[in-house]
Design a protein around this ligand. Structure first.
Ligand code: NAP
Length: 308
């Protein structure tokens, strides 16, 4: 029964958040959108019960809305791949997630009627840049900037368990979507016949179709067995070279013009290092708990996205 279950969503206007809200509304939940810009959120995410002004902070008038809410889904954060990182932007990437999460958990602590479930966005950046070793949820964290950020982000979210709120940490891989996110940038050179793998090409690429990224979040929300970290990545990660070949095939373009790591670093800065080294992440917990992936291979996912 979802009627009268209020679910608060931060980051509701983002790539993943918009679709999560759509699905929640379709399933009969009452959605409360927390946004830095509620007016534009109303246009981007129609059909929510309320649009509440929110910024990532330790406290604020928004905190009262957590009292009596059934669930909280936290997906807000400054874009990781959208801009070159400098020290100031790294602080924004970090604070928007860690302080934002800490504030939500503090509000849960003060609430008389606490939420039953907290779904906290997280990322496979937790594992750091790795070799070909398959990484399930038990793998150790990495030690680069993203890994240390994700560790602190997850630790802030995990505090909710101590309040009796079931907490799931969604370690999402690279989300494949036609118009937003990494794929939208990656497909461009292919469309101009100069697409290809990021060198060396043997590094692993852990992708997930947008519908499955949303599917795992809803699965975690509704399934009481889901607690702690859960990898949201497709069941068949690939090397960068194989993924590029799939992308070329789906776009009807060759995959022949490799991107050298140093060029990538010039374009996207420090984040280029993660793309150059890669990670081979396995969605062990989601599969063991019975989540059925809609898109099991990148060929299936890309065919659906590009209609080829
Ligand atoms: N997309 C991926 O491939 C991917 C992969 C791994 C992990 N994730 C994680 O999953 C979460 C959702 O991803 P997404 O791709 O949907 O994100 P997104 O499209 O970049 O949207 C995130 C939302 O966060 C809010 N936001 C943006 N900048 C902010 C800032 N400086 N401070 C506070 N809030 C800010 C915005 O909502 P308002 O303007 O309405 O406040 C925005 O719509 C993020 O935490 C992301 O790191 C995504």
């Amino acid at each position: 029964m979802t009627a009268n279950k209020r679910v608060i969503v931060t980051g509701a206007t983002g790539l993943i958040g918009k679709e999560v809200c759509k699905e929640l509304i379709a399933r009969g939940y009452e959605v409360v959108v927390f946004s830095r810009d509620p007016d534009s959120a109303r246009a981007k995410v129609p059909g929510a019960a309320e649009y509440v002004p929110w910024i990532p902070a330790e406290s604020g008038p928004w905190a009262a809305h957590l009292d009596g809410a059934w669930g909280v889904i936290s997906l807000a954060g400054a874009s990781i791949a959208g801009k070159r990182w400098n020290e100031q932007y790294k602080r924004e990437i970090r604070d928007s997630r860690v302080i934002g999460t800490r504030g939500l958990v503090k509000a849960m602590a003060s609430a008389q009627r606490k939420p039953e479930v907290f779904i906290s966005g997280s990322a496979i950046g937790f594992y750091g840049a790795r070799d070909a070793t398959p990484l399930d949820e038990s793998a150790a964290p990495g030690d680069d900037f993203l890994a240390s950020l994700v560790r602190d982000w997850e630790a802030a979210a995990q505090e909710a368990e101590g309040l009796g709120v079931r907490t799931a940490l969604i370690r999402t891989g690279v989300v494949l979507d036609k118009t937003e996110g990494a794929l939208a940038q990656q497909k461009l050179p292919f469309q101009f016949f100069v697409g290809g793998p990021i060198l060396p090409g043997t590094q692993w690429f852990s992708w997930i179709h947008r519908d499955d990224a949303v599917g795992v979040i809803l699965f975690a929300l509704e399934n009481e067995a889901v607690r702690g970290p859960i990898n949201a990545t497709g069941p068949t990660p690939q090397t960068n070279r194989d993924f590029s070949a799939s992308l070329g095939k789906a776009l009807g373009r060759p995959s022949w013009a490799p991107v050298p790591g140093f060029a990538l670093k010039l374009i996207v800065g420090e984040f280029g290092e993660t793309l150059k080294v890669g990670q081979r992440v396995i969605p062990k917990k989601a599969q063991e708990l019975g989540y059925q992936f809609k898109y099991r291979t990148s060929d299936e996912a890309l065919r659906q996205i590009f209609g080829s």
